[in-house]
Design a protein around this ligand. Sequence first.
Ligand SMILES: Cc1cc2nc3c(=O)[nH]c(=O)nc-3n(C[C@H](O)[C@H](O)[C@H](O)COP(=O)(O)OP(=O)(O)OC[C@H]3O[C@@H](n4cnc5c(N)ncnc54)[C@H](O)[C@@H]3O)c2cc1C
Length: 464
Amino acid sequence: MAKELNVAVIGGGYAGMAAAVTLAARGVKVTVLESSRQLGGRARGVPYSNQHPHADNEAAPPFQLPPDGRKSNRPLHENNLMLDNGQHILLGCYRHTLHLIEKTGGNIEQDFLRLPLQLTLHPRFELKAPRLPAPLHLLVGLLGAKGLSFSACLRAARFMLAMRFKGFRLAHDISAHELLRAHGQDEELIRLLWEPICISALNTPIHMASAQVLLNVLRDSLNGSRADSDMLLPRLNFTALFPQRAAQYLAQRGDTVLTSCAVEAIIPHGDEVELLTTQGSASYSHVICAASPASSARLFRAVPELAGVAKQITAIRYQPIYTVYLQYPAHVKLAQPMLGLDRCYTQWLFDKGQIAAQPGLIAAVISAEGLHQELSHEQLAQKVVQELREHLGIDTLPLWHKVIAEKRATFACEVNLHRPAHTTPLPNVLLAGDFTANDYPATLEGAVISGMQCSAHLFSGHTN
Ligand SMILES: Cc1cc2nc3c(=O)[nH]c(=O)nc-3n(C[C@H](O)[C@H](O)[C@H](O)COP(=O)(O)OP(=O)(O)OC[C@H]3O[C@@H](n4cnc5c(N)ncnc54)[C@H](O)[C@@H]3O)c2cc1C
């Protein structure tokens, strides 16, 4: 029966490619239609040339690849390299994403730098989970955290135990900040420990963020096996890591991936759905719409049966993520591959030399809304350079910088957010994407799960 399915997937991000691979693995004919020239969506590699007209500091001296003979991460030619649209971290508990990366030819231990759970807010706070069985690793890590009083560490550990006892479920959703305060976490403890975790995981300020979704993340990352809390930093760019491999996997099975092919309209005709695209039109038995929320809403709004879903998507609000790339001379290194700064514009720093063989390249990440949005890109880059000088003693000036501002990086993961379901009033149109209903905030894992759930739904209706 599965052979009779002829499925179109709109969008070649992680959700769309996850849906397509899962269907193709079961022998279903799949066509992926991606509007961009490149696959990956928000998690994509960005070819960057310092001689590019959009370089943020065009007056800077040209970037030269470091002459140390090491194989650098994807230099395209002398003045080009691959950046990511933003730094992405996976957690050890992101099983669905890791499984699909391996299924399409990846090797997790080679593709990622695996770090045991650690949280450093230089110079104020440091938590390192020892290699002990869970949840002992977390409890010992918390009790040994530097920068907090013993009683604060004890309160943090008690909070985790209390949530574990409740099965990480709340009767009613409240803000993450309210939940933490109700469980004796003082403002200092929240600022140093819980707020960085909340902002990194939910990309939403802690006063707005859903406590239930934060608990879902804590449940899966900190309460499972020790490896679940590992942080996996990619050595490859995010297009190469999965979407590109997924496209090869599909091609090997005779399936199609069309890039530069934007879907402009969804037209249901009974048992079939016609898609109008910039490359012509075609009909399919089913459509999985895995486009961005804004684009999905636009496509659905024009279909009377889907207008209600479009309205629900339109009500979702967004949060930004800014990434400031600074290319220093190759000898510049951070004390560890990833570290945070306390009370700075810069939240997290990634040393791409240690992570991805891009020596001297430092990525500074600023998640969620904040004062940084009032600065121009140039001012923000200067701020980050100044913070690296003042807090880490990096006196050298960067050779170039590039700011990537994703204003709608993720949905705002707010209290009681009503996320759209995978099914729609039309049985042959499904909806995937990180913003659809699942336990996770906007993450690669949430996106991948949504794609796999759409595929599973198609099978549940067509296996007998
Ligand atoms: C800067 C940044 C940092 C992040 N950091 C992390 C992190 O550390 N860890 C983590 O897990 N997650 C992180 N995320 C979130 C993660 O990137 C997203 O949750 C995930 O990529 C969403 O995937 P998606 O497939 O649902 O949507 P998208 O990636 O938005 O994919 C949608 C695709 O649909 C295409 N499309 C849109 N309209 C059309 C159309 N009409 N026709 C055809 N194609 C169309 C788009 O071009 C795009 O390729 C981050 C996001 C950003 C922006």
